[in-house]
Design a protein around this ligand. Structure first.
Ligand SMILES: [Ca+2]
Ligand SMILES: [Ca+2]
Ligand SMILES: [Ca+2]
Length: 201
C-alpha cells in the first residue's frame, strides 16, 4: 500500500503545532480556583470526575452534548493512574489542556461565530504546518458538520486536531527517509489506524 500525506518540508513543520499551542498557553491558575471548578464538575461528590460528569460540564457552544469521543480521548490522556476517572491532580492538567484548546479555537474563529468553517480550518491547519488540499478540508467539514452549517464545533475541532496529529505521527514513524511516501502492508495499516483511532472505553 502506498500512502502520500505530506512532503518532507511539510513534515518538519508539524512540531510547530506544539510551539503554537505553547505560545497561546495560559498559566496554570491557583489550586483553590481549580478546586472550586473541580467540585462543581464532580456532581455526585465522589472525589473524581467520571466521563458523564465531564461531558455534562463541557459545552461546545450549541445545545448538543459535547462529543463523547472527545471526552473519552481526553480522559484517556489525563487518567494517569488508570482508574477510569479524573482525580483532582489529573484535573489540573486536563483543565489547562482544555483552556489551551479553547484559546486555539477562538484565535482561529476569525468571525467569532463560535464555530470553525472551512476557510478558518484551513488557516489553522496551515499554521500548524499541514499543507492539504481543499478537497481534504471539504471532507473534514462535511464529516463533522453536525449543525448542517458547513462548520465544526469546539469538541469536534479537538478530535480532528488530535486524531490528525496522531495519524501524522504514525505516518512519520514509517516514513524513515522523510520522503512523505510510505509503503506498508495491510496489517501495518490496520495497526496504525487501531492505535490512533480506538481508545479503551
Ligand atoms: Ca464524580
Ligand atoms: Ca484517574
Ligand atoms: Ca467562525
Amino acid at each position: 500500500m502506498r500512502l502520500s500525506l505530506l512532503d518532507v518540508s511539510k513534515n518538519k513543520k508539524i512540531f510547530r503545532f506544539i510551539n503554537n499551542i505553547e505560545i497561546m498557553a495560559t498559566p496554570m491558575p491557583d489550586q483553590q480556583y481549580l478546586w472550586n471548578i473541580f467540585q462543581g464538575v464532580d456532581k455526585d461528590r465522589s472525589g473524581a470526575i467520571s466521563a458523564t460528569e465531564l461531558q455534562t460540564a463541557l459545552s461546545n457552544g450549541t445545545w448538543q452534548p459535547f462529543n463523547p469521543e472527545t471526552v473519552r480521548l481526553m480522559i484517556g490522556m489525563f487518567d494517569k493512574d488508570g482508574d477510569g476517572t479524573i482525580g483532582f491532580q489529573e484535573f489540573c492538567h486536563l483543565w489547562k489542556y482544555i483552556t489551551d484548546w479553547l484559546n486555539c479555537f477562538k484565535s482561529f474563529d476569525r468571525d467569532n461565530s463560535g464555530t470553525i468553517d472551512k476557510a478558518e480550518l484551513k488557516t489553522a491547519f496551515t499554521s500548524f504546518g499541514f499543507r492539504l488540499s481543499d478537497a481534504f478540508y471539504d471532507l473534514i467539514v462535511k464529516k463533522f458538520d453536525r449543525n448542517v452549517a458547513n462548520s465544526v464545533t469546539f469538541d469536534d475541532y479537538i478530535q480532528i486536531c488530535v486524531t490528525l496529529q496522531s495519524l501524522t505521527a504514525a505516518f512519520r514513524s514509517h516514513d524513515k527517509d522523510m520522503t512523505g511516501v510510505i509503503t506498508i502492508s495491510y496489517e501495518e495499516f490496520l495497526i496504525m489506524v487501531v492505535r490512533t483511532m480506538f481508545h479503551p472505553a
